[in-house]
Design a protein around this ligand. Structure first.
Ligand SMILES: *Cc1c(COP(=O)(O)O)cnc(C)c1O
Length: 424
């Protein structure tokens, strides 16, 4: 019997050959690696021998973390980066060329939206569409479309992309399907199951999980035949084609762009990842309870959460995200957003909170809250916010693992304080 994912994560380092019997992979801080035979050194550079050369391209510590992410995504291999944005930048700049066309969901992380503006300046065409329907994606495909990008569950509106429909479309048209799996995590959903080519995870969020280290990862989950993808450079078209994109990402993305994950954050992320499944179970259960409670409050106008029956993609979320079929309750993620009734001051409400932390970031053990339009989506302006379905008074909550009653009590006292302020 294949061990469960938590067991695999916990024992991965040990099974890879523990150094000096160490149960955790040690932190290797060396910048350079030596060989006694120069032929070995040459072989590492030429890719004919496994090993490390210069730490910008990887170390035993980052390699151990890459192996864990590969396990989580059931992939072929992973390249880690200093941040999630570095991972996304590496994907788009190494897999695309000027004149190529990208179709992206319009419901995306604010900095990814901003990165697309930079790509447009460099000659890549980008079309943003409502990716909750594969038909809208199909309608904007062009002969030069190379890549389709979605987030599984979008932040902060929690729209769920038509992952199955778009996966099928990309398979038919031989397009690279890139999925940002940060918000669902590979515990809730493996994009491999819908034919994704590359999967991006911000390790800063749920996988590291404790708000104490930044990192990002790109995993090849095998959905695309790279011999048919025009943007793999000739020099990387050698050996097993399933490794071509990973080699190009490591050389052109990591080595040349230099956003290397250092050993210490890699170690912190690896330790954090050991409890990913436990934290997700608790955080998702907390989030469902808070969403249902908020939804029943007269002062709350609207709650966005895929676990609520009125969410437009609720049925998909039930079926796709670690649904009952795997023996547990369906899980809908740990991110929700809501609006108060018109006339109530969302900023004042946030000031009344005492347990929830006023902070950006998500996927922390602690529950974090912020006004989305005033902070993470401020720079893009009201028109783009409206297109992304972000109300000006939207409050986003990244639900943590506290005891649920403490979170409920805090929200309740903040709503009561606000009600006292409101004119009768
Ligand atoms: C945070 C986030 C990123 C960027 O990750 P960093 O590690 O902060 O650079 C990318 N995509 C999504 C969906 C995110 O939430």
């Amino acid at each position: 019997m294949k061990p469960g994912i938590t067991t695999q994560l916990l024992h991965a380092d040990r099974r890879q050959g523990a150094e000096h019997g160490a149960v955790h992979k040690p932190m290797h801080s060396a910048a350079a690696y030596q060989y006694n035979d120069v032929n070995d050194l040459c072989g590492v550079f030429q890719g004919t021998r496994a090993g490390f050369s210069y730490a910008r391209q990887g170390t035993p510590t980052t390699a151990a973390l890459e192996q864990k992410i590969t396990l989580l995504e059931d992939g072929l291999g992973t390249v880690c980066f200093a941040t999630g944005m570095a991972a996304l930048t590496a994907v788009f700049t190494t897999m695309l060329r000027a004149g190529d066309h990208v179709v992206s969901s319009q419901y995306i992380f604010g900095n990814t939206n901003s990165l697309f503006l930079t790509l447009q300046q460099l000659g890549v065409e980008v079309t943003l569409v409502d990716a909750t329907s594969a038909d809208t994606v199909a309608a904007v495909l062009r002969p030069n479309t190379r890549l389709v990008f979605v987030e599984t569950i979008a932040n902060p509106g929690v729209q769920v992309a038509d992952l199955h429909g778009i996966g099928e479309l990309c398979r038919e048209r031989q397009l690279l399907f890139v999925v940002d799996n940060t918000i669902s995590t590979p515990y809730l959903f493996q994009p491999k199951s819908v034919g994704a080519g590359l999967v991006v995870n911000s390790l800063t969020k749920y996988i590291g999980g404790h708000g104490n280290a930044m990192g990002g990862a790109v995993t090849d989950v095998g959905g695309l035949d790279w011999t048919r993808y025009p943007n793999i450079l000739d020099i990387y078209q050698t050996g097993d084609p399933s490794r071509w994109a990973l080699t190009q990402l490591r050389k052109k993305g990591l080595r040349d762009q230099g956003a290397t994950l250092a050993a210490e954050p890699a170690h912190r992320i690896a330790v954090g990842a050991e409890t990913l499944t436990l934290r997700m179970e608790r955080a998702c259960a907390n989030a469902l309870m808070l969403a249902e409670w908020l939804n029943a409050q007269p002062l709350v106008a609207r709650v966005n959460y895929p676990g609520l029956a009125d969410h437009p993609q609720h049925e998909w979320a039930r079926q796709w995200f670690r649904a009952g079929g795997k023996g547990g309750e369906p899980r809908f993620g740990a991110l929700l957003s809501f609006e108060l009734q018109a006339g109530l001051d969302c900023l004042q409400f946030l000031n009344y909170l005492q347990v929830l932390v006023l902070s950006t970031h998500l996927g922390d053990t602690r529950t974090l809250a912020l006004p989305a339009a005033h902070t993470i989506y401020y720079e893009m302006g009201p028109a783009r916010r409206a297109q992304m379905g972000i109300a000006e008074s939207l409050i986003r909550i990244s639900v943590g693992i506290e005891e649920p009653d403490d979170l409920l009590a805090d929200l309740e006292q903040a709503l009561q304080s606000l009600a006292k302020d409101a004119p009768a």
